[in-house]
Design a protein around this ligand. Structure first.
Ligand code: ADP
Ligand code: ZN
Ligand code: ZN
Length: 745
């Protein structure tokens, strides 16, 4: 038997090897093997079975090891890897390395441990004798005798303060025995995943939910590729629909991948899912896949999926590569989330990859959101995807309207900068008196943003990155959020020595302080990436908030997703403008999404909710359409703009970044390259740039960028990749292609 192997060895080529007679039954397309290349062993994936056309068979080397006796890469995953390598213009080996967890590649392996258990019971007499002659052995025996199950040897010995010789002697005596068992490192002990199961009777579906569930059930029965877009307002019971579809797919014997933007925010969903599946597949594991897993946990989860022992995985972006067998359904919750895009090579979009994987596996892909991306929504409008809609909240509760406060008037009235408008303060005070809860959102982290001299206008920038540094009040420092450099905050302007320094912008801390002033007796908590760096804090704050021990929660968007707090009746967005003033054609879309998601957090219980949004540009369309969560209106308006400017989804966008130490040289080669592309691909591609990047310099490297707009992305990426390989690049220029970028800054 001869196989073609894609080695993980830093290049992209199929190499052929013989498989020894004795191992032939274990080798399939998708098997993980170890093969010799020159004088070293490398991992590789079997890509095909069959001899090479242009290489003498006698000279082939032999596969050294078959790492797992089952395909580590199901066939659909290997095809997906090939598609990704072509679509995102990167090497197949890089894609395979991304798909295969490091724990699997580096052989965190199966963890085996020695366990101890009583073998032959000692009589009371014998035990007494043993106590006299060998008290330590007696101690170990007594301990083990009281246990129902075998005990892990290392733990028992250290707990009892005994050495390995004691266990050995007692084993020799025949009183106990040692056995080797696999230790499972299921992520239960982890703070994001308590292993909790919510059983109970699921709610009766309303008519729209039922219609969606029926449509999904029929699609699942067909076992062919289809994409459904579930557009449901916040609180319309989308998760309930997902759970039904997942249930159906599992019951039919299939596997399911459930993608969420951030697993840390979905412990309740996981618990609900476990409860549902228990009824049809008792004891079946639900693998939770997130960035806080240890290598061992990751390996065990991966193994359970690859062997078919587990058939459901809930996870962030990379769970789309789970090695499940017989994939029937992929759910992508909050499909509009930019978090699905990976910002390092391969720069793939988890949602788009999910759609492609479903296609290759002939399965169903379900995208869900209250504010679908315009990409997905226009696919639904054109009939490429089928649209399912949940236009109402469950129990027909009313969606809260959004009160827009014009901060220009507020500021003029108060003759200075205000953090909280009077309207927001009044609403908060009323909530506090009624013992209801408030969430205040702000758009960014830190105490405030840059330092600005109100005398000379100087803004302090990072010397390496040319972006404004951020002021952190807790330790009086200025920090660069890109390269991490920091220094003490100056007391006078470094340029003109003036003392009139203003700390511009709003941060969670500043908002927290403003709330303290107007609600001195309230309990206030702040939640942002700074305060939440300790992992347990996050869960703790959320559970205290849920228990009603916190009156006001102040935080960044991270608290805006997926959480369901029935006692929150007021939500405030302190600075709606920030996301609108980002230089990005998606700024409106992001603002609309933010406002609708934020509003969805209010009034989830049986009380009506109120939403207050503060802005300096109240007339903006993103804000006006969000007042009534009018997604249809917003998307019609926004799609018109996108069409006029031929922005995505009407064309694809590709970003090309050039980096190097010498700015003149960089500009020159970027220019030369652009001319070359214009000449060869000018009829298919519209170029913008090259220009210096918004951040011109990071870590002493200069950056230039070029944008390509094209309706034929697959073809153009292939041609760009080919051209790029032929072009004579100097060694010190690094370039990165990003296909379908989600952020333009
Ligand atoms: P979404 O994902 O659309 O924001 P969820 O599925 O989380 O909404 O549902 C919001 C809340 O309503 C949850 O607590 C859920 O248990 C409950 N719920 C969902 N469907 C129904 C229903 N048909 N009847 C009553 N309650 C429901
Ligand atoms: Zn100054
Ligand atoms: Zn920096």
């Amino acid at each position: 038997m001869i196989v073609g192997v894609h080695p993980l060895a830093g290049f992209d080529k199929l190499l052929h090897y013989r498989v020894p007679e004795s191992r032939q039954g274990e080798v399939h397309v998708g098997s993980l093997v170890r093969v010799p290349i020159v004088n070293r062993m490398h991992l590789g994936i079997v890509g095909e079975i069959g001899a090479p056309k242009d290489f003498p068979i006698e000279k082939l080397k032999t596969v050294a090891q078959v790492v797992y006796p089952f395909p580590a890469f199901p066939a659909d995953l290997l095809q997906l890897a090939r598609w990704m390598a072509a679509y995102y213009a990167c090497g197949l080996d890089v894609v395979i390395e991304t798909m295969l967890p490091a724990a699997v590649r580096h052989g965190a392996g199966l963890k085996h441990e020695k366990w101890l258990t009583v073998h032959q019971k000692l009589s009371a007499e014998e035990l007494e004798k043993l106590t006299k002659r060998a008290p330590q052995q007696a101690k170990l025996y007594r301990f083990l005798e009281q246990q129902f199950r075998p005990q892990q040897k290392s733990l028992v010995l250290s707990r009892l303060g005994l050495g390995a010789a004691v266990a050995a002697a007692l084993t020799k005596r025949g009183a106990i025995r040692e056995e080797i068992r696999r230790v499972e490192r299921v992520a239960y002990a982890d703070e994001w995943d308590t292993g909790e199961i919510v059983a109970g009777v699921p709610p009766a579906l309303n008519a729209e939910q039922r219609a969606a569930v029926v449509a999904l059930g029929e699609a699942l029965k067909c076992e062919k590729f289809e994409v459904k877009l579930l557009h449901g307002v916040t609180g319309s019971g989308k998760t309930e629909v997902y759970l039904h579809a997942i249930h159906d797919a599992i019951e039919a014997g299939g596997s399911v991948i459930f993608l969420v933007p951030e697993v840390a925010l979905t412990p309740q969903t996981v618990a609900r899912l476990r409860g549902r599946l228990q009824a049809i597949a008792p004891g079946m594991k639900t693998v939770v896949w997130h960035s806080h897993l240890s290598e061992g946990e990751r390996f065990d989860g991966w193994l359970a999926l690859a062997t078919g022992e587990a058939r459901v995985v809930v996870g962030a972006r990379s769970a789309v590569f789970a090695p499940v067998r017989n994939l029937r359904l992929i759910v992508v919750d909050e499909e509009h989330e930019p978090a699905y895009k990976q910002d390092e090579t391969p720069r793939y979009h988890g949602r788009d990859v999910a759609v492609m994987r479903a296609k290759l596996a002939n399965s169903l892909c379900l995208l869900g959101s209250a504010t679908p991306s315009l990409e997905s929504y226009s696919n639904a409008l054109s009939g490429k995807y089928q649209l399912l809609q949940l236009p109402q909240r469950v129990d027909a509760r009313k969606l809260p309207d959004i009160d827009v406060v014009d901060m220009r008037i507020e500021v003029a009235r108060s003759r200075g900068l205000t953090t909280l408008s009077r309207q927001l303060v009044n609403a908060m005070q009323a909530r506090f008196e009624r013992r209801e809860q408030t969430i205040l959102f702000i758009n960014r982290r830190g105490y405030s943003s840059s330092m600005l001299c109100s005398e000379c206008g100087h803004i302090e920038e990072c010397p390496h990155c040319s972006i404004a540094m951020t002021y952190h009040r807790t330790d009086e420092t200025l920090r660069c959020h890109l390269c991490g450099s920091e220094r003490p905050a100056p007391a006078v302007c470094p340029k003109c020595r003036s003392v009139k320094i203003r700390w511009r912008g709003l941060g969670t801390q500043r908002v927290e302080e403003a709330v303290k002033r107007v609600l001195p007796r309230a309990r206030i908590e702040r939640m942002d990436t700074d305060t939440m760096s300790k992992k347990n804090r996050f869960r703790q704050v959320l559970s205290e908030f849920r228990a009603g021990k916190i009156d006001v929660l102040v935080g960044t968007q991270m608290i805006g997703k997926g959480l369901d707090f029935p006692n929150v009746t007021l939500v405030g967005l302190v600075d709606a403008d920030i996301s609108m003033h980002v230089p990005d054609f998606r700024a409106n879309e992001r603002t609309f999404q933010l406002l609708v998601q934020v509003a969805g957090r209010a009034g989830r219980g049986d009380r009506a909710g109120e939403v207050v949004v503060q802005t300096f540009t109240p007339q903006a369309e993103a804000i006006q359409f969000s007042r009534h969560a009018d997604f249809i209106g917003f998307s019609e308006n926004e799609l018109k703009i996108r069409r006029d400017f031929k922005y995505p989804p009407f064309r694809h966008l590709i970003h090309h970044l050039f980096r190097g130490p010498n700015p003149e040289k960089l500009a020159f080669f970027a220019e030369q390259w652009a001319r070359r592309v214009e000449k060869d691909l000018g009829d298919r591609v519209e170029l913008r740039g090259p220009v210096p990047s918004p951040i011109e310099k990071i870590k002493d490297e200069y950056r230039y960028q070029l944008w390509y707009f094209t309706p034929q992305v697959t073809k153009v990426v292939a041609e760009l990749a080919k051209l790029r390989a032929e072009f004579a690049w100097p060694e010190d220029i690094v370039q990165v292609l990003d296909v379908d970028p989600v952020n333009l800054t």
